[in-house]
Design a protein around this ligand. Structure first.
Ligand SMILES: [Zn+2]
Length: 80
C-alpha cells in the first residue's frame, strides 16, 4: 500500500503541474547562455538547448552541460 500511495502522490503532483504549470527554479548556471532548471513540485529536470529552447534534461544533455561547464570555467580562468 505504501508504494501505491507514493505513486499516487507523484501522480497528483504531475496533475497539479499540468493544470497550474511547473514551478521552475534555476538549479545551475552552466554558462551565461546555458542553465539547468528543476520543477519544485514534480522535480522535472530541464535545460536549454543551443537554440535557447527549454528541453528535458536527459543523461546525454547533462553530459554535454558538464563538458560546457568545464570548458567555460577553464577558459574563464585562463582569461583572468
Ligand atoms: Zn512540475
Amino acid at each position: 500500500m505504501n508504494t501505491l500511495s507514493l505513486t499516487d502522490k507523484m501522480l497528483t503532483r504531475k496533475i497539479l503541474c499540468s493544470v497550474f504549470g511547473h514551478k521552475i527554479i534555476t538549479t545551475r548556471n552552466i554558462t551565461p547562455n546555458f542553465r539547468e532548471f528543476e520543477c519544485t513540485v514534480c522535480h522535472l529536470e530541464l535545460t536549454n538547448d543551443a537554440n535557447g529552447k527549454t528541453t528535458s534534461l536527459t543523461p546525454h544533455l547533462r553530459e554535454v552541460n558538464e563538458t560546457l561547464y568545464n570548458f567555460h570555467n577553464r577558459r574563464h580562468h585562463i582569461a583572468v
